[in-house]
Design a protein around this ligand. Structure first.
Ligand code: ZN
Ligand code: ZN
Length: 186
């Protein structure tokens, strides 16, 4: 993901487009591993502004992660549009611009940083993912179980086991509750 800007440097206002198809190394964020099973497609439009180079990125890559609800691996496309500015010289603290030296701009850091910023905090295979049964652990997307209760968000599962949360769905299971209701009616 390197661009030789020797030609582009010669005149202010010059614009050039570059396409890349490259593997991206896996990343760790939020205590999880994110990987990219296939090469990323990257299109960069580079503009010489006279003072700097403006790079408009369009990135398409398949993201592989583990669902926080059902614990299965899943893949989802990640499409990002972002812009970076590159200034010649050593990296500088008081600017958000990136730096380059010589005639080469290396895009790898910008790509990595922008992917990191857009990784899901809580990866979910699908908004409709039913997760795992907190009783028997079965993947409720693949099969049902006879535990007879609503699926529980994994984040609450531990609290439920400790009895710190009211048990959703418990009103509908078991005969004893029905008897209680009948008892109240009487
Ligand atoms: Zn899932
Ligand atoms: Zn179950």
């Amino acid at each position: 993901m390197k661009i030789n800007i020797a030609e582009l440097k010669k005149q202010t206002g010059l614009v050039a487009q570059f396409d890349f198809s490259e593997r991206i190394d896996h990343l760790y964020a939020y205590g999880q591993r994110f990987s990219f099973p296939r090469p990323a497609h990257l299109r960069v439009v580079l503009t010489n502004t006279g003072k700097s180079f403006i790079a408009d990125f369009k990135l398409e890559v398949d993201l592989r992660a583990v669902c926080g609800r059902c614990l299965e691996e899943y893949e989802k496309p990640l499409r990002l549009l972002f812009t970076e500015e590159y200034i010649q010289g050593e990296p500088c603290e008081d600017t958000t611009a990136l730096s380059y030296t010589g005639d080469v701009i290396d895009l790898r850091e910008a790509v990595r940083e922008n992917i990191l910023l857009n990784l899901p905090l809580k990866p979910i295979c699908d908004e409709e993912c039913k997760g795992l049964c907190s009783e028997c652990g079965v993947n409720l997307n693949l099969s049902s179980c006879s535990c007879g209760r609503e699926e529980v968000d994994l984040r609450w599962a531990d609290l439920l086991k400790l009895g710190l949360l009211p048990r959703e769905g418990s009103v509908t299971d078991g005969g004893s509750k029905e008897e209680n209701l009948k008892g109240k009616k009487r």
